[in-house]
Design a protein around this ligand. Structure first.
Ligand code: NAD
Ligand code: UDP
Length: 318
């Protein structure tokens, strides 16, 4: 199978590209590196089945593919608030362009949406049937609303043009190849812990999230992507193990061997108070449940960032 992975040089995209290559597919990775890194796909560049196109998804060239995965969007709150217009373009005009490419190739299309479409949820845990509680003019709106628009465009394009398409709503995912500086809580806490600094907690730290290890996420995403009978359907993908940011800080401090002191900072505006996916749809359909527990996944991620820091230090020293 030939797969176009838009956003393939990002955190999740690079894991998707590697998994596809390992299972024998050919991959066209399209990325403009606005938040991704060439280093994330460096190891794949020499592979004959891997091709890298540096381009904005809004102006993506025509690519013949069997499957189009749209992962191209800034995803960390720091990044999408730094690039709000680019984020809205990627999820609106970018989604339109990729749907057209999928239509021309008769390819299947999967849109990477987000738990952010539920906003600060009034339903808990969140099921796919929940319509959400989003502030349309807040600091997160560029992301939340453009993902909601991308979903609407995907279902409408499918109805009008018959493109075989599904939507996955991804909940907080973490693991190796995240950008240590992207401001998301897992890299921020790990960076602080490895530097022996207090972990920066926004607000009272009692807000919750449910963290999914990247390997589990990729497995679920590829199950949906590989199932044309999921045409027109929406799936939550995440790990339902819900924890407070204080609990996350403690877990990361334990795994990094740090003292675990906290630096209490002002709350982030429009920060959802709690988030937990209902994954019964994925489980019923595919038998999928996450396999990697939080402590195990965090330990692997800490090890990755510690290796990266050591490599940087060695590079500076030489
Ligand atoms: P990331 O920032 O690491 O990766 C996004 C990639 O898309 C980057 O390589 C970036 O350079 C590229 N990109 C962005 N805009 C582009 C454009 N206009 N043209 C071409 N490339 C562009 O983020 P990630 O965590 O890997 O997220 C990947 C996808 O999954 C995003 O669509 C994101 O919204 C979605 N998602 C991620 C999470 C998560 O917890 N990681 C949660 C919900 C949804
Ligand atoms: N957070 C934090 N310290 C940080 C970064 C984030 O306490 O340095 C909190 C943030 O306020 C939110 C949670 O961690 O409640 C998850 O934030 P992240 O940016 O990772 O993702 P979000 O789910 O908000 O998109």
């Amino acid at each position: 199978m030939r797969v176009l992975v838009a956003g393939g040089a990002g955190f999740i995209g690079s894991h998707v590209c590697r998994t596809l290559i390992e299972r024998g597919d050919s991959v066209v990775c399209l990325d403009n590196f606005i938040t991704g890194r060439r280093a994330n796909v460096e190891a794949l560049l020499a592979h004959p089945a891997f091709e890298l196109i540096e381009a904005d998804v809004v102006e993506a060239p025509r690519v013949a593919a069997d499957l189009v995965l749209h992962l191209a969007s800034p995803a960390s709150p720091v990044h999408y608030q730094q690039f709000p217009i680019e984020t809205m373009q990627a999820n609106s005009a970018g989604t339109h362009r990729l749907l057209a490419i999928a239509g021309e190739s008769r390819a299947r299309f999967v849109f990477a949406s987000t738990s952010e479409v539920y906003g600060d949820p009034l339903e808990h845990p969140q099921r796919e049937t929940y319509w959400g509680n989003v502030n349309p003019i807040g600091v997160r709106a560029c992301y939340d609303e453009s993902k909601r628009f991308g979903e609407a465009l995907t279902v409408e394009y499918r109805r009008r043009h018959g493109v075989n398409a599904s939507i996955v709503r991804i909940f907080n995912t973490y693991g190796p190849r995240m950008n240590i500086n992207d401001g998301r809580v897992v890299p921020a806490f790990i960076a602080a812990a490895l530097a022996g600094k207090p972990l920066p907690v926004f607000g009272d730290g009692m807000q919750t999230r449910s963290f999914c290890y990247v390997d589990d996420l990729v497995a679920a995403l590829l199950l949906v992507a590989g199932d044309p009978s999921a045409d027109g359907e929406v799936f939550n993908i995440g790990n339902p193990h819900e924890i407070t940011m204080r609990e996350l800080a403690q877990t990361i401090a334990d795994c990094a061997g740090s003292h675990g002191a906290l630096e209490m900072l002002p709350p982030a505006p429009d920060d959802p108070a709690r988030r937990k996916p209902d994954i019964s749809r994925m489980t019923a359909r595919y038998g999928w449940t996450p396999r990697v527990g939080l402590r195990d996944g965090i330990a692997r991620t800490v090890a990755y960032f510690a290796d990266e820091a050591a490599a940087r230090a060695a590079g500076v020293a030489s």
